[in-house]
Design a protein around this ligand. Sequence first.
Ligand code: SF4
Length: 217
Amino acid sequence: MNDYLTQFWSKRLHKAQEGLENNNFETYLVEDLVQARETVLNVILPAVNPGLVAWGGSATLSASGITDALRQRKGLKVLDIHDPSLSRDQKQELRRQALLCDLYFTGTNALTESGQLINLDMYGNRVGALAFGPRHVVVLVGRNKLCVDVEEAMLRVKGFVAPANAARLKMKTPCVKTGFCEDCKSPERICNTWTITEKSFPKGRIKVVLVNEELGL
Ligand code: SF4
């Protein structure tokens, strides 16, 4: 392990945590994805005690093993948008229903040092759930998402996250060919709705788990 890097990021993550707390987010700062999973399953889940959970697309969330654990949890109803047996229309319907769940899980495209979440969405289901609907939201954030301010965060999203995600999702968009955002008009454009989540309202509704590891895009 690169201790100096862990310490470097620890300082920056602590600053972001302060910013998030000032913005009424509930926060947790953990060392790795294993601790993140334990925090979600053993601390947040019992405190919220949800009946119905759902999640948006997130490489970080999938890698954490949290979604698999939720699927297996007795007594918990899961809206599993990633069930491969579902049709496109069925998935879209679940995305709508997920907006009324008790606990929604998502990642974020970027986080500023002053504690704002920056996202750019294709369907709008993730950013919709962040803004309103689910009673509680958990956001898993790897240290690589940390940016100085909103300007840097938006550059990160359009300069890297969106083209890389389009490639991951095998979209037929120009950025997959060139590696750069071409501000396309493609029917498969994944960049449709920006959000800046400045504060959690009500206080504590959005719980941010900061992880001192590089996670997701
Ligand atoms: S706007 Fe189009 S070209 Fe630009 S990143 Fe999004 S999908 Fe790719």
